[in-house]
Design a protein around this ligand. Structure first.
Ligand code: AMP
Length: 283
């Protein structure tokens, strides 16, 4: 496994692989890798010949009062996990490599970036779309792997890739969870022992609503109310919305299109997000 920090060196190695006819997969991450990330790596390993994992805590997707400076990092452990998983290249550029002096161009998503997290994290999806677009251009992968855990991010990236004709297949994989249901996240490490126990209420809420959906309920307010009941113990509910999976606009009752129930909530001072989908066959 190679650890590469410059775009020029990365391009050289990847273009050699591509000339040799190899399919290149990219797993973009902010590091502090867990089993959720590693599921993306595994999928890339299965579908591609060469897997590149990027590790970059992207400053432009953090707001002024967010956790950029305290975001958990453990590069040696990330490298170890990647090596053990058969990753070919860890791409770990520094801020200057990604955003050179005078950097002045962004990718701005439209409607998809407005609801859900977009309403509470202004500029977040501009940062995400910009860095993902740059990573696609730096790595030039055939496929890139993202987790459904960040549902809105997947929608934004998929649309950007289509709208800007980026020649990358965007693959989305299901959320990997702890045994009690909590969605794995690098930010879970912020939770105290007690908060960690309380955090399970978020996935419980979503699963309860999903069960209600599976037993035939199609009324949006009813589905939301089921989840809400469980969420009374969170310290602050930022949003709980049932949205159309494709447009991210509020779902309409009765549900006729595949939808996602998305939540952002604080447990203590830790903001956690999660979602479940409610699939409908559209005829
Ligand atoms: P991050 O390092 O948090 O920016 O995440 C990097 C990638 O891993 C994104 O595509 C995330 O959606 C994905 N990811 C994070 N947590 C999980 C999880 N629990 N299950 C599946 N994918 C995840």
């Amino acid at each position: 496994m190679k650890t590469i920090t410059s775009v020029a060196a990365l391009r050289q190695v990847v273009s050699l692989a591509r000339t040799a006819g190899k399919r290149v997969g990219l797993v973009p991450t902010m590091g502090y890798l867990h089993d959720g990330h590693m599921a993306l790596v595994e999928a890339s390993r299965k579908q591609c010949d060469v897997t590149v994992v990027s590790i970059f805590v992207n400053p432009t997707q953090f707001g002024a009062n967010e956790d950029l400076n305290t975001y958990p990092r453990d590069f040696p452990s990330d490298e170890r996990l990647c090596r053990d998983a058969g990753v070919a290249i860890v791409f770990a550029p520094d801020n200057k490599e990604v955003y050179p002096e005078g950097f002045d161009t962004c990718v701005e998503s439209g409607e998809l970036a407005k609801p859900l997290c977009g309403g509470f994290r202004p500029g977040h999806f501009r940062g995400v779309a910009t860095v993902v677009c740059k990573l696609f251009n730096m790595v030039q992968p055939d496929a890139a792997f993202f987790g459904q855990k960040d549902f809105q991010q997947c929608a934004v990236v998929r649309r950007m890739t289509r709208d800007l004709n980026l020649p990358v297949e965007v693959v989305t994989l299901p959320t990997v969870r702890e045994p009690d249901g909590l969605a794995m996240s690098s930010r879970n490490r912020y939770l105290s022992e007690q908060d960690r126990r309380r955090a399970v209420t978020i996935s419980r809420a979503l699963f309860a609503a999903q069960d209600e959906f599976r037993s035939g309920t199609r009324d949006v307010q009813k589905l939301i109310a089921v989840a809400e009941l469980h969420l009374q113990t969170v310290d602050r509910l930022q949003y709980l919305e049932l949205v159309d999976s494709e447009t991210l606009k509020p779902a309409e009752s009765p549900l006729r299109r595949s939808s996602a129930l998305c939540v952002a909530a604080y447990i203590g001072s830790t903001r956690l997000i999660d979602n479940v989908t409610m699939e409908l066959i559209v005829s």
